[in-house]
Design a protein. Sequence first.
Length: 166
Amino acid sequence: MNKWSWVRDVIMMNYKYWLGLFFVALLATIIGNSEYSEMLGVKELYNQTKTWISLILIISLGMLVASIISSFAEFIKRKRRGSASIKYSKKRLKHLTPREKEVLGGYIMNNTRTMSLSMSDGVVQELVNLNILYRSSSISNEGVYFSYNMQPWAWDYLKKRKFLLK
């Protein structure tokens, strides 16, 4: 084990710990600089440790800001990846095979969001991989037949464009 591995562990701490450290250091700074510090008997202790408290305050604030930026960037990345996936799936809906049209048409023509389909059907699995359908239950209806739901975006898209299923 590397003697510096603790540094990586500290940097990778959850933002909640950094938030706690920040508020403790902030509270220590506020109390240490107030007239209450003498009344509480911590003025001398604060004067001896204010460099470390300030350092903790600055580092924890920096880690909090970095954590917020990282979380925001991850959120944006997931949104972009999701919208790119939906964009590809919409493009793919314009070039369906007759069997894919038959499966998806069953949802739209019967006005249902759930159908019992075979898990071993390659067409169904292709539609799941395209994020058009998803298996809504892990309990089978009959053997290899499971409940599959249509994604809300695909439902809305195909309801408005029924001609794609003809």
